[in-house]
Design a protein around this ligand. Sequence first.
Ligand SMILES: *Cc1c(COP(=O)(O)O)cnc(C)c1O
Length: 459
Amino acid sequence: MVGHPPSLPFEPFKTKVVERIPNPTRRQREAALERAGFNLFNLRSDEVRIDLLTDSGTGAMSDRQWAAMMVGDETYAGSRNFAHFEARVHDITGFPYVIPAHQGRAAEHLLFSTLCRPGNIVPNNMHFDTTQAHVVHAGGTPVNLAVREAYDTVSDYPFKGNVDTAALDKLLTVEGKERVPLVMVTITNNTGGGQPVSLANFTEVVHVAHAHGVPVYLDMCRWAENAFFVREREPGMGSRTISEIGRAFFDLADGATMSAKKDGLVNIGGFVAVRDAPLADRLKEALILFEGFPTYGGLARRDLEAMAVGLEEAMDLEYLEHRVGQVRYLGALLDQHGVPFLHPAGGHAIYLDVDRFLPHLGDEELPGQALAIELYREGGVRTVEVGSIMFPQGSSEQRPLELVRLAIPRRVYSASHLAFVADVVGRVYDRRAKIRGVTMTYRPERLPHFTARYSPKTR
Ligand SMILES: *Cc1c(COP(=O)(O)O)cnc(C)c1O
């Protein structure tokens, strides 16, 4: 251990309901791995001690949100919960048309099936897995245009989510609006380490895209976390509120998709919001076909009410200080142990840098998956590979980053749980030289990481 103990993130909430944490034995964990085909998505929750698989829909709702669930007006058309939800999204984003969806990928399905045609190209800083899959599903080609620094896991560049606007301009000059139906920007950049996009960069993106007549949409899943970083790091932003910073982004954009399972602080929910009335009508047609009537969008109305409250709670500065503080706390503990991860710590997760963690394993040995398996084996900590398995084609970039994501659910775990995680990662790091690779024994065609199966290499 070196340096001072990292500062503990203060929890701006107290506990009202508790859930027992499972404690599987090493033998049970070994058996669970075999049964799961070494895919951690196949584990049962009672086989997991600390679950850092995802921060999506895994957070704890507040007492106010649970109270909101009780005022659900379960009307098919015209529910008052929808009116409340719609008004809240409108207040936050300024987008006039709000279309509810049951989660982020449903919103992506509506947007891409409406706007994207076979042969189209969709640029993004970095596509998330479901976003990429929906572009492909609509016949398009996803292109990642993050800045060079996004691929450097060591530098402390403050806005690694930024778009390379020169590359964007070049792409739009060559392909034009005929082939590029929209530009997407993901805040924060989940695939690239939960890194923020600056307001200056987003302004430039919109300037470039609009000059070519191409609209810009935000993947706004973690917009409040992004705004927190902008407030902290971007010159002149320190005295602005989260809501003002968010609004500065939304005012520039033509629309957005949202998984409210992230910065909506709910277990299920999402939406797509747009400025253009004819587009909103087409999205609503798709919505009725795939999700449900426009005043519920595949959700119970009580879910809309909980979302309305959660969207507001996610903007609370003290909440965000704790949220990002937890990620930094885990990062600081790992730094003390010399464990390599993508710097700086992201908004919702720590991403272990597998190339530096397991330098003795080649790409074909699926080192990210091998590491995720070891973290579970060592201490029952469930994580996910974000690398060559999640992104098999790698889309346009040189080589995708090979990472293992430790995503922290919102308002769920305490600092001592994170200290436990750091200890488990540290123990695996200490025996890293002995870790072997894995082979994929079943490879599904789409979104492979969810259902693939593996077997450990014996030599
Ligand atoms: C989670 C996520 C999505 C998809 O949302 P779901 O609610 O999981 O369907 C899209 N984009 C990003 C950046 C995400 O993190």
